[in-house]
Structure formats: C-alpha cells, structure tokens
Ligand binder design. Structure first.
Ligand code: 3EB
Length: 342
C-alpha cells in the first residue's frame, strides 16, 4: 500500500495522468505501486527520502532546509501503470501521456556551469524527442552558489546561457514551447533537475505585469532566462496549472528591495495576475484545496514567520504550503513562490 498512515487519496476522481501528493518525509520511503496508483517519482529535501536506492522510480533529494513542519516530500503519482527507464543519466517514469524525469549531475571543477547546464538540457531534450514526450511542461532546477560569480559572470547567468543554448539547438519557439520553471540555489556542488514532459502541449502563460523572462533586457545576463510564467495542462477534462517560481518583479525590475513583506505581497499580486490569465473557472488563492500546493523559497530564515502569517491570511488552510530555505536567482530577491494548482 502507498502508506497506511496517510489518508487515502481519492484516486478514482483523478483523470489526470500525473498528480502530486505531499507525504510526511518519513513516510515517503519505499513506496510501492497499487492497483489505483503508480509512483512516478519522489522528490525530497533535507536528506529525505531515505532508503530508496533500490526504487525503480526517479528519486531526487535536494539539499535544502525545511523551514516549517511537517517536513513534506513530493510524491508524483499516476492513476495508470507506469514504466521506468534511464537515458543519459536521467531516471524516468512514463505512462501514455506524460514522462517524469530526474537528473543529478555531480560537480566537476573542470566544467563550467553553462557547460554542465547545457549537457543536462541536451540530455533532457534528447530524451523527450526520442520518446515522443516532446512538450516540456515544467522544470525544477537546483544549483549551488547561484549568486556566486565566476570570471565576471554570475552562476545563474551561466546557467541561463547553457539552458538557452540547448533550447535553441532543439529549435524551441520561445513564446510557445517554454516550460514553467524554478531555478533556486541549493547544495554545495552539482546540478539537480526534475521535470515533467507530455505528448501533447500545455498552454504557455505569461504575466501581463511582467516582461516575459525570455525577453528580459541584457542587463540581467547575456542570454535571458528561458521559462514561461506558468503552464496550463488539460488531460481528460482536468486542468492543472504549473506556476513558475514567482517573485517581486514588476516589468523586469525587482521591487521592494530589502523589504521581505513587501516582496511577498508583490509576489502574491503577480500570482493573482497569472491566475487571472486563465479562462473560467476563476481560481483564487483563498479557494485552493488539498490537491494544490505552494512552495515558498526563503533566502533568510528570519523571514519565515512573516511569510507563514501572511500566507495563512491569504491561502485557504486546506492547501499545503512548504517553506524551504534557498537562494533566489537575483541577489535582491528575498523570496519566491511556485505552485501546482488544480
Ligand atoms: C524571475 O521572475 C525570478 O530561470 O528558471 C523564477 C522562476 C526566476 C524561474 C528560471 C527564474 C527562473 O525572473 C527568477
């Protein structure tokens, strides 16, 4: 059984080929498939999950502190049987509609961040093309020292260079094909990525309050960040919104510098602006249920109390909110929020 101590999810109601459950980190070890659900992958933080080296599904542990209880793991599930494989270092699981993959490239001092990133994305795009899951829906990126500098270029800018290069080689159309994404500083070495790809496209969504990241001006780096503000998927009549890491950026500029509460309020305005790009039914943060989740990345742990309080006043209590300590890609950003909304 998935885990007897966890309330049984209403699998039968889900038509989606992929959905997320958050389990207490300690409960996410050694999951097995049932008639109702197959495990597509498990993503944990802070040393979790443990004891999964034998797992057939992708497992990734991101070295990031939990800033709140309970410590949760992301368990990605499919209502239908999954098959499992490996391709150029990527562990993956797939069903008829989607592929879920994860990749860890260990550190190598000889290799620049842009080369490593490009290598990772070439492998991902090669897998998605070869397997027929050609549409990237969502990508999570975790890299060390994201605000650190190497020969005059920030590691995040180098990351953007490598990703842009791989998307360009794969002939991605930047205002149609870009996945939703997060890029967060975590760990001391290596590159960790997990992603969802699909056989059919999602809808790329941009935020009218913000310059699209792929059109950011040159002051932020020689190649702009290749991601969309959100991807909307629809499978079997069920919609899921994959919300990118969203921060206190208006236009292309950081606003409310050195004011964490101001940044959080601006971030929530940006999230509402993305939600307002959807047609009906209208989604409001106060109406999110237990099948949605928000992940809050906080640079300085002293801001977590403020963030928890403000979010408790804004987001419906049945929607899980995770707080993790991570570095945001711009030095002047103190926090960022991503989400899966359904
Ligand atoms: C921003 O809006 C904030 O490079 O993949 C958010 C989400 C950010 C994803 C990425 C960067 C990325 O520009 C930073």
């Amino acid at each position: 059984d998935l885990n007897p101590s966890v309330p049984h999810p209403r699998f039968a109601e889900f038509d989606s080929p992929i959905y997320l459950r958050l389990l207490p980190a300690e409960a996410a070890n050694r999951l097995t498939n049932t008639d109702q659900a197959s495990v597509l992958g498990v993503i944990g933080f802070d040393g979790f999950p443990e004891a999964v080296s034998e797992a057939p599904y992708p497992v990734l542990t991101v070295p990031m502190r939990h800033l709140d209880e309970p410590r949760l793991c992301e368990v990605w599930l499919s209502p239908r049987p999954a098959s499992y494989g490996e391709h150029r270092g990527i562990r993956y699981a797939c069903n008829e509609d989607i592929l879920f993959g994860s990749l860890y490239l260990p550190g190598d001092r000889q290799e620049s961040v842009e080369t490593r990133t490009c290598r990772a994305y070439r492998a991902i795009l090669d897998l998605t093309r070869a397997s027929g899951y050609t549409r990237l829906i969502r990508v999570w990126n975790y890299l060390p020292r994201i605000n650190g500098e190497d020969k005059g270029l920030e590691n995040y800018q180098r990351f953007c260079l490598g990703r842009y290069q791989a998307f360009t080689e794969a002939a991605y159309v930047f205002d149609q094909d870009l996945p939703a994404a997060s890029a967060i500083g975590a760990g001391t070495e290596g590159l960790r990525i997990y992603f969802i790809a699909a056989r059919t496209p999602g809808r790329q969504i941009e935020n009218p309050r913000q310059v699209s990241a792929y059109r950011y001006p040159l002051q932020y780096g020689p190649r702009s960040p290749s991601f969309s503000r959100a991807t909307l998927t629809e499978f079997g009549g069920e919609r899921q919104l994959y919300l990118s890491g969203t921060a206190s950026i208006f236009g292309h500029e950081t606003v409310h510098r050195e004011d964490a509460a101001g940044q959080l309020r601006e971030t929530l305005i940006n999230i509402r602006a993305v939600l307002n790009e959807l047609d009906r039914p209208r989604i409001v943060l106060g109406g999110l249920g237990p099948d949605s989740m928000l992940k809050v990345y906080i640079r300085h742990r002293e801001h977590v109390g403020m963030a928890r309080k403000l979010l408790a006043e804004t987001v419906h209590p049945s929607c899980p909110v995770m707080f993790l300590q991570g570095d945001i890609c711009r030095k002047d950003l103190l926090l960022e929020i991503e989400g899966v909304i359904r």
